[in-house]
Design a protein around this ligand. Sequence first.
Ligand code: NAI
Length: 345
Amino acid sequence: LHRLEGYDSHERVVRVEDTRSGLRAIIAVHSTALGPAGGGCRLWTYRSQGEAIADVLNLSRGMTYKNALADVGFGGGKAVILGPVPKTRREDVFRSFGRAVNMLGGKYITAEDVGVAVSDMEQVSRETKFVCGLKEKNGIGGDPSLFTARGVLQGMKAAMKVRYQAGSLKGARVAVQGLGSVGAKLCDLLAAEGARLVVADIDEERAARLQARHGASRASLETILLEDVEVVAPCALGGAITGMVAKNMRAKVIAGAANNQLASREVEDILRRRHIAYAPDYVINAGGIIMVAAEYRGQFDPTYVRHEIDRIYQRTEEIVSTALRRDVSTVAVANEMVEQRLARR
Ligand code: NAI
């Protein structure tokens, strides 16, 4: 482990190199003010080490905010493994990563992220106990996407209540962009609530499947966020809400799972001026981390976890109503709430 100096915004940034396994990784601990720094490990092929560092710094700061509002007793951290990792070395690389996590003595708790599977975390767990996101046991653990979808639904309901005074989603038109792990499950939950779905995915087959399953309408990739609906749910990649979308969209609520949905800071302001209630991504997509944190604490109780996830409703209601009342952006209100929590420590 080599400590990297000069990143004063973060408590600790370390570079990990193991010539035997071939592991190259960066672990960033942004803040432990509210607990050990929790955040996934991403496996990605970066163009340079600098790009990997920029990514991990950004992601770990994001985790501090997400975990603080989710109230999971975690600070924020993240790790990136620099790919590619040959298949034959994968096991060794993740065991070696596990040893590195262990050397941090519990300051950083890892889990899976993009490019990393439950089976990889199982390897990590052979070397350290500072890991979660392992195999499912008693309904807890394993794939977090259903938990994430549940939280997004709660956030969407709260934003609909504040913006449209709607007591339920029955009959509401919802456009879902991206029908992967979270998006497809969100569609199932929305259909059960009686919402009317409009869907799009670059994967034609996925869109066709959802259309058949729920009688959903299809939209093109270009128009999905501009449809004549009450809600749009970005569940694909980040940056979906561009200035153009914010200016032209017809929905008055944005509530989806994707991270970093707003393409730039200016978008926040356009949404505010157009009285569009944006349920901040990191507030409502925290269902997965809430489940994983329960797993880490050994609370294998699905009822408790569902209850914790459902608190996303009140949190979103407070954020959106405060933002409308004060005529500021919902992101500003959410960030302020986090900063107050951090300052109280
Ligand atoms: P996924 O990879 O299973 O699904 C993404 C889907 O979006 C795929 O079906 C893909 O074909 C589609 N897609 C990509 N670009 C598109 C475009 N331009 N237009 C329409 N569809 C497009 O990913 P997953 O796990 O469902 O996550 C979705 C988002 O939610 C990601 O941004 C992820 O970071 C975020 N997220 C996921 C969590 C989880 O529990 N899986 C937790 C928190 C955030």
